[in-house]
Design a protein around this ligand. Structure first.
Ligand code: ZN
Length: 442
């Protein structure tokens, strides 16, 4: 019964999201945003102590908040009465066991690392997750949810949500957990034969390599990059392999922020969000987005500054959409660590997010860190503030467990005393510092 209700709620959100996409000009978007903001602020001032204390302020006077202060005020910002310690404990347990079904008073808890290095805890009610899914479907499936499709989702953090989406429709979803050995992921993907493939670009590139090598046979008609910055080199290789232009979903744990139109331009979802531009360099149109999610009540996202660097498009997009057009998304660059396979059959990848999560779970006091691969069997780590011997041991075990889970030999793990900071180089926390030229499809 609850599945049926979920499906109906999802369809309702889907229909409403389709309708909102028809906002035809800037003035219509502004009017819609104002109306939705007035609704949201009533809830906020009534149920979130952090905002109740600021109920006299206008929107533009409310504090701009980053991940650090968002976490600092977690107990006062969320409207579900969830305490940070409870939420962290639950999220860590889910990461450890890869069972993401647990919730607190019906509220799902997620964990993110992100570029700021600090961990974030995210709350979403059932209804908010269904709305998110309905919106995603409305925007990403122009043929509608009744057209047949098999959607393969390559994800680093699991969710039980996708089960809801599959019931009774010719639209099928399958989720592939990237914490599993990559050879298994490829095998299952080969069996599922997705028509739409969604995943981080570094992983899509590996799938493309496997297709080129003849290891698997999949021929999706749509390939959608998510969860990482889409490097042009990856984009070219992936779309050349599959013979389709690569699309993008700009999605963070903070929300579903944007997606590409049929001209390949990322448009921000201004029907669900207010986006303010914090200019980093006006001349080159680089800005950090400050987002307000107009539909999230459980853990409000109000004037939240993301670490991403976006470049606004100079000319309007030829598609005619009035939603803000983005030239590209910079930052959040990841490197994949490659290790020898435990079976002695070449190399297996270890994805940077997984390593970061392992390190931060084992060393919650970390404010900054580096994970550098210097050779096939050597990882060098550095953590600020410096770890004690016991803490280092915990991190070693967590990283080793991560490697074992991926089917890799455990490398030597050494600690460096200090993190080298450089103003001229882009910050990359996980880096591979040597070339891997073979053994990509172990
Ligand atoms: Zn466009």
């Amino acid at each position: 019964m609850s599945r049926l209700i979920d499906a109906l709620v999802l369809v309702r959100y889907y229909v409403s999201a389709r309708r909102l996409q028809r906002l035809g000009c800037r003035a219509e978007i502004d009017t819609h945003q104002q109306r939705q903001w007035r609704r949201l602020r009533e809830q906020l001032f009534a149920h979130a102590p952090f905002y109740a204390a600021r109920s006299q302020l206008r929107f533009e006077q409310l504090p701009v908040i980053d991940k650090h202060s968002w976490m600092h005020h977690f107990n006062d910002i969320n409207t579900a009465g969830v305490m940070l310690e409870q939420a962290l404990a639950l999220a860590e347990e889910a990461e450890r066991t890869r069972d993401f079904s647990a919730s607190l008073n019906g509220v799902a808890v997620g964990l993110s690392t992100g570029t700021s290095g600090a961990r974030g805890v995210f709350l979403a009610s059932r209804s908010e997750r269904l709305r998110w899914a309905g919106t995603l479907l409305a925007k990403m499936l122009p043929d509608g949810i009744f057209a047949p499709a098999r959607v393969g989702l390559l994800l680093r953090a699991g969710s039980t949500l996708y089960d809801t989406l599959s019931g009774g429709l010719r639209l099928r979803f399958q989720y592939f957990d990237l914490a599993a050995p990559f050879a298994d992921v490829l095998f299952k993907l080969d069996q599922f034969k997705p028509t739409i493939l969604v995943g981080p670009p570094s992983v899509l590139a590996l799938v493309a390599e496997a297709v080129l090598a003849g290891t698997i046979r999949v021929a999706p008609t749509r390939v959608i990059a998510a969860a990482e910055v889409l490097d042009p080199v990856d984009a070219e290789r992936i779309s050349a392999t599959f013979g389709v232009p690569i699309e993008q979903i700009y999605q963070a744990t903070e929300g579903f922020l944007g997606h590409t139109c049929h001209h390949g331009t990322v448009h921000l979802n201004e029907d669900c969000l207010i986006v303010e531009q914090d200019w980093i360099d006006r001349a080159t149109r680089r800005f950090a987005p400050i987002v307000t999610d107009l539909y999230r009540h459980t853990q409000p996202v109000i004037r939240y500054r993301l670490n991403d660097i976006l470049v606004e498009r100079e000319q309007p997009c030829p598609c005619g959409s009035p939603f803000m057009a983005i030239e590209r998304i910079e930052g959040r660059e990841d490197d994949i660590v490659w290790l020898s396979s435990a079976q002695g059959t070449g190399l297996v990848p270890l994805f940077p997010d997984l390593l970061s999560r392992a390190l931060l779970n084992a060393a919650p006091s970390a404010s900054d860190y580096r994970i550098e691969q210097h050779g096939l069997d050597l990882l060098r780590l550095a953590v600020d503030p410096e770890l004690s011997g016991d803490q280092q041991q915990r991190v070693r075990q967590a990283v080793a467990a991560c490697a074992t889970r991926a089917g890799a030999c455990v490398p030597q793990i050494a600690f460096d005393a200090r993190i080298e900071h450089s103003a001229t180089h882009k910050c990359r926390r996980v880096r591979r510092l040597f070339n891997v030229s073979q053994g990509m499809h172990a």
